[in-house]
Design a protein around this ligand. Structure first.
Ligand SMILES: Cc1cc2nc3c(=O)[nH]c(=O)nc-3n(C[C@H](O)[C@H](O)[C@H](O)COP(=O)(O)OP(=O)(O)OC[C@H]3O[C@@H](n4cnc5c(N)ncnc54)[C@H](O)[C@@H]3O)c2cc1C
Length: 509
């Protein structure tokens, strides 16, 4: 096997890169993958999806065990709430990161993918210079190159990120203690997820976003549920304002007071002992806390990639524009994953990686997941069927169109709803708040969208996804038998509601 000339070179070993490389190897190509992290797995394994979801799992189990999490048994109960130790909450994450890196490394090796640990830089459209951890350079050539370099949090000069008092999503899990009070700047997916987790761990969380809406692309009713739940837990939410200044107080004071007050002396358990931080908002208010999480968007990791030598164009956010097959403006160079912009999820990145390699090597289109019975050759069409999982507590998941989008495009539809509290399983798990909503075309009875907020939403969504992919109707849910007691029964309850709405025999819930 040639060690310097490859059929396919993949830059970045996150979900997008892995699947691009494996698809190439499975098709018998000579494949190399380059990763500048300490091991394979990408940002997904090192500081993104897996660390955050492992931390969430620990927090979730902690809160279920100690105070109840799902509505009925809440922290409003008079029992004193004990803040868990950060080190304990992180044990699961350490194990998962190690194990997943090993699984990915083994999988790549088993498929004879050559792994280079080092930084890749284009020197020409087909040539890359890989600078290893030991500083040594190696030149390699690729017939096809897939850029899967991921993204990084936007750093704000104004907010003085320091990894101690002001942190981003890459550094938040280096906190030594669970903070008593934390400000989260940015109510997008990452901000909302960490706000949920720390709130469940016992932190007083203050969520701030300059936009007037949280999670703008999510169904409004679902977001309203989440906000209601956040407020019930005691979270403070400030929308339509932004942070314009930051003051770090080291040493003398310890801890932070509530919003609108200056930092004084209280017994905080913040990130850096005896230190706290004060944020000035655009409306003139001040917020203080033990630490701040900045989650205000991400930019593509294209800065030191030598794109100019390859002739590939990136925009001012470092994002690369591609065709629906993930081909860049240079035909043999593809880009997938976070570096091509939304939806920027691990799940979608994997699929994009596979699609790119299939396209590059003309692997029969039936192997491209975007083609499925009932539709034409349609990567773009499939993309509307990507599910979204948002791991707030409670979880949110959705697929297809929102009520707002359907109303805007004048589609005649009904929204069949099921509350978890109507289900035996909902009662058992104590999820008083959960909601599943089926959006159904009034004429064809086809499912146009599914929106869920509540326990297990991200798993439940796949039932709706399958029915939608096969262009099923609401009657599927009515005619099917579901295990009892399960949360999946919500589909059946919502379907009955939808059909009754279509017949005009019931009202909207
Ligand atoms: C806190 C957080 C939580 C998330 N939670 C979820 C979730 O629950 N579900 C979900 O689906 N998605 C989630 N995501 C998003 C998900 O992690 C990303 O969409 C996914 O990791 C993107 O995959 P990727 O292949 O584009 O790149 P990445 O996983 O970012 O990997 C890219 C790799 O390329 C390396 N690299 C960069 N430049 C070079 C170079 N020049 N040479 C060599 N290597 C290079 C990087 O170091 C990195 O290791 C989350 C993200 C964050 C930050």
């Amino acid at each position: 096997m040639n060690d310097s000339h490859f059929d396919l070179i993949v830059i970045g070993s996150g979900p997008g890169g892995q699947k691009a490389a494996l698809q190439g190897a499975k098709a018998g190509k000579n494949v190399a993958i380059i990763e500048n992290g300490s091991d394979v797995g990408g940002g997904c394994v090192e500081y993104g999806t897996l660390p955050s979801k492992s931390f969430r799992e620990s927090v979730y189990r902690f809160s279920l065990g100690s105070q109840g999490v799902l509505g009925k048994e809440t922290r409003r109960a008079p029992s004193p709430h004990k803040i868990p130790e950060m080190a304990r909450l992180l044990e699961r994450k350490e194990r998962v990161v190690l194990e997943e890196s090993r699984v990915i490394r083994d999988q790549l090796k088993r498929n004879s993918v050559r792994i280079f640990l080092g930084h890749a830089k284009f020197t020409s459209p087909h040539d890359l210079l890989v600078t290893g951890k030991d500083g040594k350079n190696k030149k390699i050539k690729g017939d096809v190159i897939v850029i899967a370099v991921g993204s990084s949090p936007v750093t704000s000069e104004t907010l003085g990120l320091d990894g101690q008092l002001v942190l981003d999503s890459n550094s938040i899990l280096t906190l030594k203690q669970v903070p008593k009070r934390m400000i989260v700047l940015g109510a997008g997916i990452i901000g909302c997820e960490y706000a949920s987790m720390f709130s469940m761990a016992g932190t007083e969380v203050v969520l701030v976003d300059k936009r007037k809406q949280m999670l703008a692309s999510v169904d409004r009713e679902v977001v309203d549920h989440l906000m209601e739940r956040y407020r019930y837990q005691g979270m403070e939410i400030h929308l339509g304002v932004e942070a314009v200044g930051v003051k770090k107080i080291h040493g003398t004071s310890s801890g932070a007071k509530k919003s609108g007050t200056k930092v004084g002396s209280s017994s905080g358990k913040g990130s850096a002992k005896g230190a706290s931080v004060e944020i000035e908002l655009s409306n003139g208010d001040f917020l203080s806390a033990d630490c701040v999480l900045v989650a205000q968007g991400r930019i593509g990791n294209t800065k030191d990639l030598g794109l100019e030598s390859a002739g590939v164009v990136a925009d001012d956010r470092g994002l690369i524009k591609t065709s629906s097959s993930f081909q860049t403006n240079v035909p043999h160079i593809y880009a997938v994953g976070d570096v091509v912009g939304p939806p920027a999820l691990a799940s979608t990145s994997m699929e994009q990686g596979r699609i790119a390699t299939c396209h590059a090597f003309k692997i029969p289109s039936s192997l491209i997941a975007g083609n499925h019975p009932g539709t034409s050759d349609s990567v773009a069409e499939m993309s509307t069927l990507y599910p979204y999982g948002i791991y707030t507590i409670p979880e949110i998941s959705m697929i297809g169109r929102t009520e707002e989008e359907l109303l805007e495009s004048g589609v005649d539809f009904v929204a069949g709803k099921a509350r978890y509290r109507e289900l035996a399983r909902g009662q058992i798990v104590g999820d008083y708040w959960g909601l599943l909503k089926l959006l159904v075309d009034r004429k064809t009875a086809k499912i146009l969208g599914v929106h869920i907020v509540g326990d297990n939403a991200a798993d439940l969504i796949h039932i709706g996804q399958a029915v939608m992919a096969f262009e099923g109707t609401v009657h599927y849910f009515i005619q099917s038998v579901f295990n009892y007691p399960t949360l999946a029964e919500a589909y059946k309850t919502a379907a009955f509601h939808a059909v009754n709405l279509m017949r005009g025999t019931t009202k909207s819930k």
